[in-house]
Design a protein around this ligand. Structure first.
Ligand code: Z5A
Length: 214
């Protein structure tokens, strides 16, 4: 039986990574073969690209066009080296961010033409599309509060994207909701403002449904 490809999306601090880990653990406990990965990253080339994207390497300003193409390059590699082989062997693939992040951040956030970005995705992804995209919706301010307290705990500063303005992050947030309206068959919006257990309960039901329908 073919696997199921599920992506997690949302604005800063929405709790994706927490939910991916919790879901993966529960699915594994139930006996499923689970592969977790993330974007940018997930392959040696992708992780090297992640390093360039997160920090201004050697103080060099990465222009928005380069940024967009680097995200797509990381994705093309991840799709062919990790995601497709896992789907083919029947695994449940959980990916923390995917192509919708480029549409949200570089499209709605930076202002690049969304339809042009969709063509870039088609080139990077080929036929590989998520069956289910879980959008963890959270208020922008709440997301920043969470990131600030996490960064204070881990003593890390804000990365390049986190330093963008509140207005930028609000456009990203609103763009995500626009995408969920445009592709209701693939997107499910989950209220991420609640406690992790409540968020997980909704995700669990949606994921079980997607697995049964495969
Ligand atoms: N980006 C892009 O621009 N274009 C693209 O194509 C792609 C990405 C693929 C990747 O950063 C950056 O690249 C990202 C988008 C951009 N921008 N930024 N900034 P990343 O991979 O380092 O980080 P992220 O994907 O943005 O994740 P995050 O927002 O930092 O975290 P999260 O995965 O959403 O949340 P978390 O790590 O699970 O939780 C954050 C904190 O909140 C943590 O302390 C948790 O313990 C806490 N938390 C989690 N859930 C809850 C609940 N329910 N209640 C209270 N507290 C919670």
């Amino acid at each position: 039986m073919a696997g199921v490809f599920i992506t997690f999306e949302g604005p800063e601090g929405c709790g994706k990574s927490t939910q991916v880990a919790r879901l993966a653990e529960r699915l594994r406990d139930e006996g499923y073969d689970v592969v977790t990965t993330r974007e940018p990253g997930g392959t040696p080339a992708g992780e090297a690209i992640r390093g360039i994207l997160q920090h201004d390497t050697a103080g060099e300003d990465i222009c928005a066009e380069t940024e967009t193409l680097l995200f797509e390059a990381s994705r093309a590699q991840l799709v062919r080296h990790v995601i497709r082989p896992a789907i083919e062997r029947g695994a449940i693939v959980l990916c923390d961010r995917f192509a919708d992040s480029t549409t949200a951040y570089q499209g709605y956030g930076r202002g690049f033409d969304v339809e042009a970005l969709l063509q870039l995705h088609a080139f990077a992804l080929g036929e590989t599309e998520p069956k289910l995209t879980l959008l963890l919706d959270i208020d922008v301010e709440e997301g920043f509060r969470r990131l600030q307290s996490r960064n204070a705990e881990t003593q890390t500063g804000l990365d390049r994207m986190e330093r963008e303005s509140r207005a930028f992050h609000q456009r990203v947030h609103d763009g995500y909701l626009a995408m969920a309206d445009r592709w209701p068959g693939r997107f499910s919006v989950v209220d991420g403002n609640r406690a992790p257990e409540a968020v997980h309960a909704d995700i669990w039901n949606l994921v079980l449904k997607a697995i049964r329908e495969r």
